[in-house]
Design a protein around this ligand. Structure first.
Ligand code: RNT
Ligand code: ZN
Length: 417
């Protein structure tokens, strides 16, 4: 059977439960997903040679990591060639500044010109841009950053974030699209704190100083990312969820929920509707925690499907969806691709559910039928729609992309020094 014949059959079967397959494909395609640049090089960046620090870790020794802008550009283009959807964004970190002609500046002195190459790359590939300050992997981040008791250190990181906010505005101007500027800091303590309040008060003051600079709020959306703990900082995280949720609400910025940053039995999908009743939008880092915030490649699993259901049911235009995973133990292009395609799959899957019927039945308290219908939907020919969706967007179907990815490893990656 051709993809078109399989799709025709799927159309009928989905129509039987009241779902319009073409509408669903159209709706899924219109949801932008921001692809993180840091899966391609194990979160190393171009502005320093030191290790990844800050309570996060990339594990694995798979060869062929991208080590230059040229290699990373090539790998991003290859990955995006496997990702369906109409329009996507690229999520950058400040540590990916591209210095030319022997220039180097520290992070408090970063300037839009250090990201000109990225803007050109984004324009060439029709991508929007999002941005993150890099408050880790730096000698001055050894103890603490925006919550530091050392005023010189704290000033350095305030200046870094101000510099980044200006770069985010530059991205928005150049791409003509809103730029999400996200702030995450690793600050915390390994063992029981004597004073939980003072570091948080300093973080609050630092954020106030950063956000006091004039910037165009219609072009840059600022978000703050909380976390439950980091490696070596198991007892106390300055930027906890309560801290940022309150900070965001009081200051008109967005909360960013990373799906790996909560206790393992918490359901991040459940949090979204509550957040949206009090905020315009919610920002997301989609990740896959395995026992801890391990940033495994995002799979098409129950957690992801539930997250996508909440996104679709609450209105996808109220979310900034960004990906955040990094696996160095497998081919990085395949890691990147699987995570991105799975996000797309989950969104399409959620659009293909009889969501209105589900809520109607819930309102009638007809839980017998909700359960049965939900289970019935699981056996509908989703794969046929997914393949058609991929073909429609000119990307390889599920059975094809991996062979091409292997070929890229052979032809391009394995030639890297
Ligand atoms: C760390 C946060 C943060 C980083 C990236 C690299 O726990 O999730 O978002 O993963 O910014
Ligand atoms: Zn994150």
């Amino acid at each position: 059977m051709t993809t078109e014949e399989r799709l025709a059959d799927a159309r009928e079967r989905y129509a039987a439960v009241g779902v319009d397959v073409d509408k669903a494909m159209e709706a899924a395609a219109s949801i932008p997903v921001s692809m993180h640049c840091w899966q391609g090089d194990d979160v190393v960046g171009f502005d320093q040679k030191g290790p990844l620090t800050g309570g996060i870790q990339t594990t694995g020794n798979y060869p062929y990591r991208a080590t230059t802008p040229k290699e990373l550009f090539a790998d991003i283009e290859k990955t995006l060639s496997y990702v369906p959807g109409r329009h996507h964004k690229l999520n950058l970190h400040a540590s990916y500044a591209i210095f030319e002609d022997g220039e180097w500046v520290d992070r408090n002195k970063l300037d839009p010109r250090h990201f000109k190459k990225w803007v050109e790359f984004a324009q060439k590939n029709h991508l929007g841009l999002d941005f993150n300050s890099t408050n880790f992997s730096h000698p001055l981040a050894a103890d603490a950053t925006l919550s530091s008791e050392n005023e010189e250190v704290r000033k350095f990181w305030i200046d870094h974030n101000i510099a980044c906010l200006k770069i985010a505005e530059y991205f928005a101007n150049e791409t003509g699209e809103t730029c999400l500027f996200n702030i995450w800091i690793p600050d915390g303590l390994k063992d029981l704190p004597a004073d939980r309040k003072a570091p948080r008060a300093r973080l609050k003051d630092s954020l106030d100083q950063i956000l006091a600079i004039p910037y165009d709020k219609s072009k840059v959306a600022v978000s703050v990312e909380s976390k439950v703990f980091g490696i070596g900082m198991e007892s106390y995280t300055v930027g906890s969820h309560e801290f940022y949720m309150n900070y965001a609400a009081a200051n008109g910025v967005l909360c960013l929920l990373d799906t790996g940053h909560f206790h393992p039995t918490e359901n991040v999908a459940d949090k979204l509707s509550s957040m949206l009743l009090f905020n315009d939008k919610v920002a997301l880092h989609v990740s896959r925690p395995v026992r801890w915030d391990s940033d495994h490649v995002v799979l098409f699993n129950d957690d992801l499907r539930e997250l996508a259901e909440e996104i679709v049911r609450n209105g996808a235009d109220r979310f900034y969806i960004g990906m955040d995973y990094f696996d160095a133990s497998i081919n990085r292009i395949s890691a990147w691709t699987n995570g991105m395609r799975n996000m797309e799959k989950a969104l399409l899957y959620a659009e293909l559910e009889p969501n209105e019927e589900f809520s109607r039945l819930q309102n009638e308290r007809n839980f017998t039928k909700v359960m049965s219908l939900r289970e019935q939907v699981k056996t509908l020919p989703f794969g046929a729609v997914w393949d058609a969706y991929c073909e429609k967007h000119g990307v390889a179907t599920e059975d094809r992309w991996f062979a091409d990815c292997e070929k890229y490893e052979q032809d391009v990656l394995s030639k890297r020094g």
